[in-house]
Design a protein. Structure first.
Length: 209
């Protein structure tokens, strides 16, 4: 059973549909007690860091997520859920959950593109990842696989050993981060076709040491 956290930050339907497509059962909840009883948790999200943290605190989910991680059971962040596992986000000047050391920064508005123009911010569309560190959740991916990104801010892990994959969009940023029983993707695996479903399937079978 996969538990998907509902904290008023969107994209629950697409995550739930993807989990169903890989043949796994799930529940969506905003109850801290159900999160603590979960086998494994997905922490998704779209929107702004400030309002997301306000919702987490209001619902008591900030403590529940920290407590769940401390049990050693698998936790996966997606997009905004990845950004707010860091210590701080420039978006809305927001202190975040601090599950992983690092911060979230806005893309510069003047990044040059290959055709001589300027890259659009937010990044919206398909991009590759470069795996920096082998991980069970990334097994079976190909170097030319592309994943769907929608974000104007990017995460950077403070500890290089926590960077599982990087992506270049004007600058190089941490597109997959993780350590111990935590893994997080800046892109949306649930919207990334076969490679994204492979990541979700790997997560559902992952047994952290």
């Amino acid at each position: 059973m996969i538990t998907i956290i509902d904290y008023e930050a969107g994209n629950l339907t697409s995550v739930a549909r993807a989990i169903s497509n890989i043949g796994e059962s799930f529940e969506i909840t905003r109850e801290p007690s159900k999160i603590m009883d979960a086998e494994r948790v997905i922490f998704p999200g779209v929107g702004a860091a400030g309002s997301a943290m306000e919702s987490l605190i209001k619902l008591g989910l900030d403590s529940a997520i920290r407590d769940f991680l401390s049990t050693g059971r698998p936790l996966m962040g997606i997009c905004l859920g990845t950004q707010i596992i860091t210590e701080y986000s420039e978006e809305n000047d927001t202190p975040c959950l601090g599950l992983i050391k690092g911060r979230v920064t806005r893309f510069p508005g003047d990044m040059p593109s290959e055709n001589g123009g300027v890259l659009k911010v937010p990044q919206m569309g398909w991009n590759k990842i470069k795996i920096k560190k082998a991980h069970p959740v990334l097994e079976g991916l190909n170097a030319d696989d592309e994943f769907y990104f929608v974000h104007g801010y990017y995460p950077q892990a403070a500890d290089p050993s926590h960077v599982l994959a990087e992506t270049e969009y004007g600058i190089v940023f941490s597109s997959v981060m993780g350590f111990e029983n935590l893994v997080a993707t800046q892109f949306h695996p649930e919207k990334s076709g076969r490679p994204g479903l492979r990541i979700l399937k790997n997560f559902c079978g992952w047994k952290p040491c």
